[in-house]
Design a protein around this ligand. Structure first.
Ligand code: PMP
Length: 411
């Protein structure tokens, strides 16, 4: 049995045991940010208490300890992603920074006649950097449409690849609105067959899907620490060694250089080339603790529990009169979005908060998906994590059933 001990787990997340507006907090906004277990908070505080010093710099004991822990964190991320080498792991401030770094560097390869493909379900973080790089370079920006269920239309993807000129395919592993799992290994195979590279936005997948960069065979993969039980301000860019090795840095400064002279500066090899200045080493240490905690629970057990909770949430939401669930993907992970007939999603979320239930409302940073594909502009999103319970989903539904009559037009 891989079942998790929910009571024990919840004891690890003290933030969950509080009242909001006089009600027990029901935190169902995990797709935006997950909470940190005490194990991670302790690792961060312990570092500041005992080992803190700038990394890679002075040859003194504390600096050596900081550096060793940063590099151990890099190795922990390598293991987590099953990357071939720790040199393929670049620490950034988050998914957004990781994508921008690649898009900036990739722009040198783009020109009129070349093409970047994104999909219609991308978060703005994996959409706008590519759109802007294409606008500056004159490359085509192709948005791959979705099939009716809300899954990426692989036929349309292959058709555009076959026309030629595609340099890069950028795709989310899991949509932060539809919750669909995109078969990124299939996308990578198609892209490579047509000579294109692949960047996977794994921000919404790393917590509930097993992300193996060698199995997927992606060229780049990005994620954020704060969506996988880690702190904010730390993220990861995975890149295949030969690609990172040929990439220009996006930012310059200390630590990323080999030799600096007035006439010429040479750069370090990756990953240091892409980590100018003082890196967020404490963030990296916190992220490594988060990954260790997840591994300790068992990633398959976490994935199974989250799949069960999200399926239960979807089933219950479909039973609420006046609620429409958005999309019916072949496989769902992480979240369910919905609308309420005649109501503004913001009003729904605001009133649910009054009942202690934290859900997200808005465009979820996916305006092209909501405006152009779905035509609904805003949604409410429920996103459970393994530390949530069925009773909390029930409490969410009860709150929603109270809110719907208050906000629906024509009541
Ligand atoms: N991509 C997806 C799919 C996301 O859900 C998010 C966060 N909402 C991001 C990218 C951006 O992540 P961050 O804000 O941590 O850079």
């Amino acid at each position: 049995d891989t079942a998790l001990d929910c009571a024990r787990i919840r004891a690890d997340f003290s933030i969950l045991s509080q009242e909001v507006n006089g009600r027990a907090l029901v935190y169902l906004d995990n797709a935006a940010t997950t909470q940190m277990p005490e194990f991670v908070l302790d690792a961060i505080v312990a570092h500041y208490h005992a080992d803190n010093a700038n990394v890679h710099r002075g040859i003194h004991t504390l600096s050596e300890r900081s550096t060793a822990k940063l590099e151990a964190a890099r190795e922990a991320v390598r293991r987590f992603l099953n990357a071939a080498s720790a040199d393929e792991i670049v620490f950034t401030s988050g998914t957004t920074a990781s994508v921008n770094m690649v898009a900036r560097a990739w722009e040198a390869r783009l020109a009129p006649g070349s093409c970047v493909i994104v999909t219609a379900l991308e978060h703005h973080a994996n959409f706008v950097p590519w759109q802007q790089a294409c606008a500056r370079s004159g490359a085509e920006f192709f948005v791959c449409p979705l099939a009716g269920t809300g899954d990426v239309d692989l036929g349309a993807l292959e058709a555009r690849l076959a026309k030629g000129g595609v340099s890069m395919v950028c795709v989310a592993h899991v949509s932060n609105v539809l919750g669909c799992v995109v078969p990124v290994d299939v996308v990578a195979r198609l892209a490579h067959a047509h000579g294109a590279a692949v960047l996977v936005d794994a921000a919404q997948s790393v917590r509930h899907e097993r992300v193996d960069v060698r199995e997927i065979d992606c060229d780049f993969l990005c994620f954020s620490g704060h969506k996988v039980l880690g702190p904010t301000g730390i993220g990861v860019l995975y890149g295949k060694k030969e690609l990172l090795g040929r990439m220009e840095p996006a930012w310059y400064g200390g630590e990323m250089v080999a030799q600096v002279a007035t006439a010429l500066t040479t750069f370090e090899e990756p990953p240091l080339r892409f980590e100018p200045g003082t890196p967020n080493y404490v963030g990296a240490i916190g992220l490594a603790a988060a990954l260790e905690y997840l591994e300790g629970l068992g990633r398959d057990a976490v994935a199974a529990r989250e799949a069960d909770l999200v399926a239960y949430a979807e089933e219950r939401l479909r039973g609420v009169a006046g609620v429409q669930v958005v999309g019916a993907p072949a496989r769902r992970a992480g979240c369910v979005s919905f609308t309420v007939e005649g109501a503004q999603p913001f009003d729904v979320a605001m009133l649910m908060d009054k009942l202690g239930v934290a859900v997200r409302s808005g465009s979820q940073c996916a305006q092209p998906l909501l405006d152009e594909t779905l035509g609904i502009s805003k949604v409410v999103r429920v996103s459970p994590a393994f530390y949530n319970t069925h009773a909390e989903i029930d409490a969410c539904i009860e709150a929603l059933e109270r809110v719907v009559p208050l906000v629906s037009r024509g009541r």
